[in-house]
Design a protein around this ligand. Structure first.
Ligand code: MN
Length: 350
């Protein structure tokens, strides 16, 4: 049984798919099988997924499969001979927006789903606002399915994908001290139990104001309290005062969210109480933004790893083809933060 998923995983990591725009060939039945198993795996998680460090926290992916593999390759174990073994060396918490915008949403979501199936305790997958029907219908994912499978099949697949997305957890908690979500916080969150009590499948997140804020909210400098988020048209902006209050009442040290492109891949808000990470480099080609992930070590020490946009690399794809050469990565990852609370120790391996 698991042989199928291992083969499916290895197909994704084959070097021939890690360059350029080459699509992976999928049959409808294998996609259906993976979605079925992903549903079962996701059902076992709480709406608030709790994980312990060491762990890597990943922001928006947005169909940039090539960059997703490059992100994993930041964590390659040099002793391992297989390509992109970074998928096996760490625990990962993804903060959503796997699909839409980029050209290879299907590869991205299939890869993270098969990793979730094979390693349910090593992979946490939180839902982003693009894992919602009205959004992924119009921002690329549905078009990609149509393009690849034809109209009728795409329609049915899209339904099944969204049934699966409806089971994704809505927030994460790392070591009881780092609160993670795709969008942000809102006036409806008071305790972690509020999140745990959100029933899934949650097909239409607009039925849960709390889920709406977790998936859609943005921070706003110089704001006191909350105000309607006019740019998104839904949810709220939250001010620093609310971050400070919530960190205190939930007894947490840090909030980590994604959802907004950061020129350097990450950004801070409210001193260093809230951090935004964004993991789709060159998301706006004209801005040529970098990408980043947050690495939390077993003691809760946080550092950032930055992934440069491909175009800044002279050799481009060639460098990547060469056994995922790390020389083009920004090696200046640095420590910025240590949680004040005691973190429970995670298992080192496995
Ligand atoms: Mn988003």
């Amino acid at each position: 049984m698991s042989e199928f998923y291992w083969k499916f995983l290895h197909k994704h990591l084959a070097p021939k798919y890690s360059t350029g725009d080459k699509r992976i060939g999928y049959t409808l039945s294998e996609v259906a099988q993976v979605l079925g198993a992903a549903k079962e795996a996701l059902k076992k998680d709480n709406s608030l997924i709790e994980m312990n460090p060491p762990i890597v926290i990943v922001g928006d992916i947005h169909g940039q499969y090539y960059d997703l593999l490059r992100m994993f390759s930041l964590f390659n174990d040099k002793d391992r001979n297989e390509p992109v073994s970074g998928t096996l060396t760490q625990k990962y918490l993804f903060l959503g927006d796997y699909v839409d915008r980029g050209s290879r949403s299907l590869e991205c979501i299939m890869l993270v789903f098969v990793l979730k199936i094979l390693f349910p305790k090593k992979y946490g997958l939180v839902r982003g606002n693009h894992e919602c029907r009205p959004i992924n219908r119009v921002y690329g994912f549905f078009d990609e399915l149509q393009d690849r499978f034809g109209n009728e099949e795409a329609e049915a697949l899209w339904q099944t994908f969204n049934e699966t997305f409806a089971l994704l957890p809505l927030a994460g908690l790392v070591g009881k001290k780092i609160f993670c979500m795709h969008g942000g916080i809102g006036p409806n969150i008071h305790t972690f139990d509020d999140i745990r009590q959100i029933q899934r499948p949650l097909d239409d997140i607009s039925t849960s104001p709390l889920a709406m804020d977790l998936l859609w909210a943005d921070p706003m400098i110089d704001l006191i309290g909350f105000m309607p988020n006019q740019v998104r048209g839904v949810s709220v902006y939250f001010g620093e005062s609310e971050v400070v209050k919530l960190c205190k009442s939930l007894n947490i040290d840090l909030i980590v969210r994604a959802h907004q492109m950061m020129q350097n891949g990450y950004g801070f808000f409210c001193g260093r109480k809230l951090m935004t990470i964004f993991t789709a480099p060159r998301y706006f080609p004209e801005r040529n933004n970098k990408a980043a992930v947050l690495v939390v070590d077993e003691n809760g020490k946080c550092s950032i790893k930055v992934l440069l946009p491909c175009d800044e690399i002279n050799t481009g794809e060639k460098a990547f083809r060469k056994e995922f050469d790390l020389s083009y990565m920004d090696s200046s990852s640095y420590q910025f933060y240590k949680t004040n609370g005691k973190l429970p120790k995670g298992r080192r391996k496995g």
